[in-house]
Design a protein around this ligand. Structure first.
Ligand SMILES: Nc1ncnc2c1ncn2[C@@H]1O[C@H](COP(=O)(O)OP(=O)(O)OP(=O)(O)O)[C@@H](O)[C@H]1O
Ligand SMILES: [Mg+2]
Length: 366
């Protein structure tokens, strides 16, 4: 494994102005051992030194292709998966060292919404029971108060009339309605943080925009912090204030959503954006460009920059040096050697060949 070009900054739950983030993931790595054939096993580094912060009420999208480690990150954030290295801190407290009581409190304040509303909801419980269950587990309210809270949560996700929907079983609902039940269940405890892992990827296309819009509305109304996980960078644009782009277990670019989408710094982010379908009257789903090839296996990541075998701008040394995140413009960081030594405010598209110190053999991105 190659060493980074220079040491990464030491991560801390304290942000710039001495402020404590609601959630901090600090240099977290997760390694799985996957069976390979009859006798061999491969070590898969699903997360590799990931750090991120989320403030109260803030929304952050995590975007990446299949296998980039998004679900592993969601599970780490929710305390469902312990990182092999690094830590997750909630208001500065390491949840890996929390007592049973603190962990229960954390589980009340941080809720998850998962990809598959078919398997994440109990088929033997009614909608009303499913939404009430977290209140029962956390001993919230009297039975009458709980009924009120369930009614309110179902109304908020527009599963109305409540008296008709609450006695139903989930198999009697559409995929979109089921995901609304999952959202109501997450909301009912009035959490401070919601982690939504691909919440609309298994919902029929006609309900997707509606559900995303609903989640955004609820996030704004309640001031809930949101970690929205998706493979679709286009939905991230509408949903979040900040974006983190993942590739093979690492964050390769992060920054304010408008900046990252308007001026992507990492060639992988550029490729993801080029793969977004463009509305076209002749062919509604014409793609402007596609990302060539499949991502390599995280069991055997390429040496140097992990993206270099697919990168159209790879140059001398990208197969050896493993870049870490560097702030390029204000609040926008990229892990790419193209940006080493470039001044703040530069645009990837404006670079002339050899304009940035070393590496005259760097190809300017078009
Ligand atoms: N329990 C596990 N055992 C072995 N390998 C695993 C396990 N869970 C995940 N992995 C591997 O870790 C890597 C990251 O998986 P993860 O599910 O986090 O990716 P993802 O970005 O959520 O992908 P998708 O978009 O397909 O949901 C993949 O290579 C996956 O095969
Ligand atoms: Mg996933």
């Amino acid at each position: 494994m190659n060493a980074p070009a220079s040491p990464s900054p030491v991560p801390s739950p304290i942000k710039g102005e001495g402020q404590l983030a609601l959630l901090s993931v600090l240099d977290a790595s997760v390694v799985f051992t996957a069976r390979k054939g009859l006798f061999a096993a491969a070590r898969v580094r699903a997360l590799d030194g990931v750090s991120l912060h989320l403030d109260k009420g803030e929304s952050l999208s995590v975007v990446g292709e299949s296998g980039s480690g998004k679900t592993t990150l969601a599970r780490v954030v929710l305390g469902l998966q312990r990182p092999a290295q690094g830590q997750v801190a909630y208001e500065g407290k390491d949840i890996g060292r929390a007592s049973e009581g603190q962990l229960k409190e954390f589980r009340r304040r941080a809720q998850g919404i998962f990809q598959d509303p078919f398997s994440s909801l109990d088929p033997y419980m009614t909608v009303g029971q499913i939404v009430e269950e977290p209140l029962v587990i956390h001993h919230v309210g009297s039975p009458a108060q709980r009924v009120d809270k369930v009614r309110q949560a179902l109304e908020e996700v527009r599963l109305t009339p409540v008296s008709e929907i609450a006695p139903k079983f989930t198999h009697q609902l559409s995929g979109g309605q089921r995901q609304r039940v999952a959202i109501a269940r997450a909301l009912v405890l009035e959490p401070e943080l919601i982690v939504a892992d691909e919440p609309v990827s298994m919902v029929d296309a006609s309900s997707r925009a509606e559900i995303l819009y609903l989640m955004r509305e609820l996030q704004e109304r309640h001031g809930t912090a949101f970690l929205y996980i998706t493979h679709d960078i286009a939905t991230a644009y509408h949903f979040s204030q900040r974006i983190a782009v993942m590739y093979l277990g690492r964050i390769v670019e992060t920054g304010p959503t408008r900046q990252v989408i308007g001026n992507p710094l990492h060639p992988y982010t550029q490729a993801l954006l080029q793969a977004v379908p463009e509305p076209d009257p002749a062919n509604r789903f014409r793609r402007r460009g596609m990302l060539a090839g499949e991502p390599p296996s995280p069991a055997n990541p390429p040496a140097g920059c992990r993206f270099h075998p697919r990168c159209p701008y790879a140059f001398e040394g990208c197969d050896r040096d493993d870049p870490h995140l560097l702030e390029v413009t204000q609040g926008q960081e990229a892990a790419c050697r193209l940006w080493k030594g470039l001044t703040a405010g530069a645009r990837l598209t404006e670079r002339a060949p050899g304009s940035a110190g070393e590496g005259d053999d760097r190809k300017p991105p078009s």
